[in-house]
Ligand binder design. Sequence first.
Ligand code: LR7
Ligand code: MN
Length: 579
Amino acid sequence: VEAKHGDDGKNVDNHVKEIQGFGPPLGREVPESIGGDPEKKKPEGDDANIPKPKKFVVDSNSPIYKSGDPSQVGELGKAVTINKNQLSPEEKKTYDQGFVDNAFNQYASDMISIHRTLPTGVDEECKTEKYNDDLPDTSVIVCFHNEAWSVLLRTFHSVLERTPPHLLKEIILVDDFSDKEHTKQPLDDYIAQYPKVKLLRLDKREGLIRARLRGAAMAKGAVLTYLDSHCECMEGWIEPLLDRIKRDSSTVVCPVIDVIDDNTFEYHYSKAYFTNVGGFDWSLQFNWHAIPERDRKNRKRAIDPVPSPTMAGGLFSIDRAYFEKLGTYDPGFDIWGGENLELSFKIWMCGGRLEIVPCSHVGHIFRKRSPYKWRTGVNVLKKNSVRLAEVWLDEYKTYYYERINNQVGEYGDISERKALRDRLQCKSFKWYLDNIFPELFVPGDSVAKGEVRNRGYSKEGGGQMCLDSAVGEEHHNKAVTPYPCHAQGGNQYWMLSKDGEIRRDESCVDFAGQDVMIFPCHGMKGNQEWKYDHKKNQLMHKVTNKCLEMTKDGARLQMRPCETTNEYQQWVFKEFDEQ
Ligand code: LR7
Ligand code: MN
């Protein structure tokens, strides 16, 4: 999506000229061979395919190091729009490489001041909030792996410049074994100007989770605050967080995470009224949802802190001693993922509280793919999630296991983590679901679940077909199709709820007269109510009285008058509960 120009009515031509006027943006990897003939410099033999070494050039005259120039692009968090067609071939290459390396528009970031200003139209009520004037100080820990120069610098400058000095004990940058040149000497030289910024270099790739623990181990602040390495903190971000911890050190707090556009770097401030809270689904994926009614009705003001069943993971503050008491993160977790749910569950289950604080705002660059190299061969995320399920989910772990077809794999020793849970005398996962996240649909309440296999044989593929669809917001309004049964769970795992919904997580199979589609579950039956006849194996749609049928070629689903002998109308749920 080509975002619109941020502010005025300047046409694209002018805008591009303005951008080009900056000269080569600073903080850029430039090929060593720039200006020379790249062919001549090609190494010989086996090394011929290794990319040319890059040299990092710091142009200290670049305007990105200056602040207070309101005419510069991206100020006030506005979008930077680049018309790629107007770039020179060399610039185009740099532009594309920026996306390859980071999965965001590094070229745009490299044009924006690392001290840029952010939107001013913030919630009025937050401006007059008063906080305790004896707040604890914090260490801000930022782990990174090859983060882009301008983005990393913008992250820590936003902390440095928008945190009152007496509250900022230090900023700890943890370099998780980056190999890009700008993360070496140039970074050492740069941070040498700022005594509060410390740099810890790991001598092997540890992954985000262990990197965070290493940062915590050297931190001196009363509170630990974690940020991703591509964030921008707004003025006044820290006080509302520390205030909650000052009141109760077992409260763990998250700022509102505003979206920084991965293409234009536009900062989208999210008003308190729209604050979302964290949840999760039974594939143990984090998700966002609206504040539930039961909390909404207790709220006096939109800016009041709101309890959240889970946290996104990257941005939060926690009392240092409390984090230790909770056993920090499971050190058996690898690289990335699952740590946010582990911490969330144990905060609630072991007597603490997790909140989102609407007056605290930090922007984060959300991207569509992960730009790093991952160790292949191990499903890291699954291993972490299985450890999490084993330790914290009690009998509910089976719902996750069904989603991965019970292929739990090797997950290592978890006795220490179970001992921790006993020691802290934490409550059950059932307590957590009943009290903290009652909105979550629990598969145990369903009538039937598992794959839904059609008894007919696909004329085309020859095999048996199953109901198959991805779910979630991006998939709503898309047709559900048959797909060869793979017995892996995943997109073929469905639940038939007591209300007759065929659902996975918050998505339901819906028929409104056209295609059989995926739609957000609304809980009002209607187009989402199905009646499963276990004897005839028919899935009858209540309001239309029609039966779900697979076409003979196995390509589509259709709704037809019910016929008892038609195998293409017969569906078998893997598990069916007689009562
Ligand atoms: O090997 C690595 N070593 C690292 O140090 C891989 C990553 N990292 C760093 C990286 O530079 C970044 O600062 O770890 C941080 C997180 O990695 P991202 O930004 O690539 O991933 P993400 O934004 O999708 O991360 C979300 O999920 C992660 C895994 O569970 C962590 O919990 C992140 O902190 C989390 N980010 C957020 O919560 C920000 C809001 C996103 C949402 C929702
Ligand atoms: Mn991130």
